[in-house]
Design a binder for this molecule. Structure first.
Ligand SMILES: *Cc1c(COP(=O)(O)O)cnc(C)c1O
Length: 797
């Protein structure tokens, strides 16, 4: 931008006091460095904890001469003879008017993105795919999507861009009109609309309607045409000009399945592809897309809760992002928010917290804790929107910690979001489950990517049952199941009814199959809507009797065929009797028929595997025919089967170990077991280490003691140099016997190692598989042996 102050006064309806000057940049935050102070216009915004006018003198000393203000500071303590002031009634309004004017001078194309989530990803991906030679593209900086952020973004337009992409976020009615008046996009993209708040259906509609105002003057609107709510509202508003509507349907996203594992990424990418089609520009190949990082961590909390700690930023935008993240991960579990006063330039305190309260309500927060004088003074907004019984206010963090009622947070998904000054790390420390320093870190992003890897091998329409038995192979239960539910898998399978009950109690709604369904748990299964594997006549009769006693019919069951594993299942010779029984049994309804491959990963056994598949085809075909029900799903493939026997995918596949990425180097390892060095010792030749003195120093050496032992899953077979751990990138052998809770490592090769250094037991290096090889076992056993006392941490990268 390049304007004179008199020009700016004319555009904003302000009055110029002092010399006319040229300005080429705008600053609103005095804490930031200012590159060219002489050419910068400082806009004095007024917010709840903040008044930009207080920094004018300091900025004058730093060389700034031009100020957009609500009033001329009077009288200044030190004279500012060269300062020029444009005075306006409201500095944010004036800044927005200037931004709107600046945008009008730009003749290229402006695309604006709005929606409940995915805005930033879509924006970043448009930029990532912008081809060389297509001219310049400008996009608004990361989270500049608010009333202030959009204005600042627009003022960064140089004028020679081919395409400008602006993200627009709103938190209450009335805001979009202001944004639209500034942005005036020719192209609008609606990413999606949050449907998580079922009971506020009206407000979803209202929210959508408000967002759509952004497209009032747009020539083209990109949206998902196969979501009825969106299609209906777009039709109502813009249906009269069908040439403006560029709705896409699921098939566009399905076509992207090979590139993206998770549903949300496919949806985001489909918007990007639709935009490039509309522009008639060939984007760079999709393979080059990089994930847009989320920096939030999920940690296991006290009393069955989960804690998300976010203290990076505290403004409305980052609160919105964190709440979206909370929604994604919590599923149906009740949500709690602990929030400190937040800083947001350009809004008065009362208005700021009115918006915060609306945002909190929109995200269905069941329990709200506000800490700080700012929030406390706006109590009425929170009480009005959330109800007084859901609102807890404290003047300071200490006060909260003294009076905390931990029971209140049991089973909840808790977002802890505080400005640095409030020291919220003390709160997260109190809420997080406390154990020793050993953790199993589970990367949910890697799990999602692995899911995508396998989905890309499936014919469209093939369903996925995700195996979450044994705490998802040791990685955790609810967190993994919620992620899989979010990623749109069709079924979950657990080993025992108890595991299914835990998932139901945590709000998992997917159908859940119980593999080892013993008669003792039939009642519980019926209570919790769990679907049993039926593998014998007695289990069929017993379950049907339980269902009949409840006066129910057609309870779903899954029939297991024994095609050669000889573990559980009906044998081929039992089939005639089974068919007769099923035909007359109305208490239960066969939802699927399946079998399990005994050696799907072993090429030497492929003939046997093909025999199992052929036998399964015959057995399941016969039952489907007898029952005359083509909707019955058939499935036989586990992870290795999916990859190696594409002809045997049938209607569904059962994905287990592949999700966790531990057997196949092409997959991403989802779990890292790590600990820390707690003590380092320097030993001489002849010194011995550990029980029975099995570690004997043959010369001067250094050992590190780490707090993990066989009771944690560090198998004794890894002791005495058999196993290795990774310290500062170096693989170091164990030394002496592994103890119950600790073990010792030879770190002579890493002289720079220090106490507190991270130690990786398995993860990227060594891999689970390498550890398994030392022990002469399989990766499955190593991963599922990590004891329950080790804290699981969930991250999404
Ligand atoms: C565990 C299990 C699977 C998954 O096997 P992976 O090799 O881990 O993919 C599939 N089906 C049944 C019946 C299982 O018990």
């Amino acid at each position: 931008m390049d304007y004179t102050l008199s020009h700016i006064a004319a555009v904003t309806g302000g009055a110029l006091h002092g010399d006319d000057r040229r300005v080429a940049a705008v600053a609103t935050d005095s804490r930031n460095s200012i590159a060219a102070p002489g050419e910068t216009l400082f806009v004095a915004l007024v917010g709840p904890n903040h008044d930009g006018h207080r920094y004018i003198e300091e900025l004058y000393r730093r060389g700034v001469r031009s100020f957009l203000v609500g009033y001329v500071p009077d009288p200044p303590a030190a004279p500012m003879p060269d300062a020029s002031f444009v005075t306006v009634p409201d500095t944010l309004d004036a800044l927005q008017a200037l931004a709107a004017y600046h945008r009008q001078q730009y003749n290229g194309t402006v695309a604006a993105i709005t929606g409940s989530n995915g805005k930033t990803v879509v924006k970043e991906w448009i930029a990532q795919l912008w081809p060389e030679g297509a001219g310049r593209l400008f996009r608004s900086p990361r989270s500049y999507n608010s009333q202030l952020g959009v204005a600042l973004s627009l003022l960064m337009i140089r004028g020679d861009e081919q395409l400008v992409v602006i993200e627009a976020g709103i938190s209450r009615p009335g805001e979009m009109e202001r944004l639209e008046a500034m942005i005036r996009p020719q192209i609008g993209i609606l990413t999606n609309i949050g449907a998580a708040h079922g009971e506020n259906f009206n407000s979803d509609e209202q929210k959508l309607d408000e967002k759509l105002k952004l497209f009032r003057n747009a020539e083209s609107i990109i949206y998902r045409a196969d979501i009825p709510l969106i299609a209906k509202h777009i039709g109502k508003r813009y249906g009269k000009c069908p040439e403006r509507l560029h709705g896409w349907r699921t098939d566009l996203a399905t076509g992207l399945a090979e590139h993206f594992g998770d549903y949300a990424s496919r949806e985001n990418a489909a918007h990007v592809v639709a935009l490039y089609r509309l522009l008639g520009i060939a984007p760079k190949p999709l393979d080059g897309l990089q994930p847009v990082a989320m920096r939030l961590e999920l940690r296991e909390g006290i009393l069955g809760s989960t804690v998300i700690n976010d203290s990076y930023n505290s403004d409305l935008t980052s609160l919105g992002i964190a709440l979206d993240y909370l929604d994604h991960n919590a599923g149906d579990r009740p949500k709690a928010l602990i929030l400190s006063d937040i800083l947001q330039a350009g809004l008065k305190s009362d208005e700021l917290y009115r918006q915060v309260a609306a945002l909190v309500r929109e995200h269905g927060i069941a329990d709200f804790t506000g800490i700080g004088p700012g929030i406390a003074s706006a109590a009425h907004h929170f009480v009005a929107l959330l109800g007084s019984e859901h609102v807890h206010l404290h003047a300071a963090t200490d006060d909260f910690l003294r009076h905390i009622d931990k029971e209140r947070f049991a089973g909840r998904f808790i977002l802890v979001k505080g400005s640095r000054a409030f020291g919220f790390e003390r709160i997260s420390r109190m809420l997080e489950k406390r154990t020793h320093t050993t953790t199993l870190e589970v990367n949910l992003g890697a799990l999602a990517a692995n899911l995508g890897h396998f989905r890309a091998m499936l014919r469209p329409g093939t369903r996925v049952m995700a195996m979450v038995k044994a705490h998802s192979y040791g990685t955790g239960s609810v967190e993994i199941a919620a992620m899989l539910q979010h990623e749109g898998v069709d079924y979950l399978a657990v080993a025992f009814a108890d595991e299914g009950v835990a998932l139901r109690e945590a709000g998992i709604r997917l159908p859940i199959v119980v593999l080892n369904s013993d008669p003792g748990s039939f009642a519980v299964m019926a209570d919790y809507d769990l679907e049993p594997e039926i593998y014998s006549f007695s289990s069929l009769k017993g379950y049907a009797a339980e269902i009949r006693s409840r006066g129910i019919t057609e309870a779903p069951i899954h029939l297991k065929m024994d095609t050669g594993m000889h573990r559980l299942g009906f044998m081929p010779q039992e089939l005639p009797e089974l068919c007769v029984l099923l035909k007359d049994e109305h208490a239960v309804k066969v939802r699927s028929i399946f079998s399990h491959l005994a050696a799907s990963e072993d090429p030497a056994e492929d003939d046997f595997t093909r025999g199992q598949i052929a036998l399964f085809t015959r057995m399941s075909g016969r039952i489907v025919e007898t029952l005359g029900d083509p909707s019955i799903l058939r499935h036989i493939c586990n992870s290795a089967g999916i990859a190696r026997f594409p002809e045997a995918h049938f209607d569904m596949v059962r994905l287990g170990v592949g999700l966790y990425g531990i057997e196949d180097p092409a997959l991403q390892a989802a779990a890292t077991l790590r600990t820390q060095i707690v003590q380092i010792k320097t030993l001489d030749r002849g010194d011995t280490v550990g029980y029975n003195r099995r570690g004997v120093a043959t010369g001067p050496m250094r050992t590190a003691t780490i707090p993990i032992g066989y009771a944690d899953g560090m198998d004794r077979g890894l002791g005495r140099g058999a196993g290795q751990v990774c310290i500062r990138g170096v693989l170091c052998p164990t030394f002496g016997n592994i103890c119950m809770d600790t073990c010792m490592i030879d770190i002579t090769a890493v002289p720079e190692a220090r106490e507190g250094d991270e130690v990786v037991i398995f993860g990227e290096r060594p891999t689970v598989r390498e550890v398994a090889e030392v022990l002469g076992t399989i990766s499955y056993e190593v991963l599922t042996s990590v004891s329950a006392r080790i804290k699981r941490i969930y991250v999404r990268e």
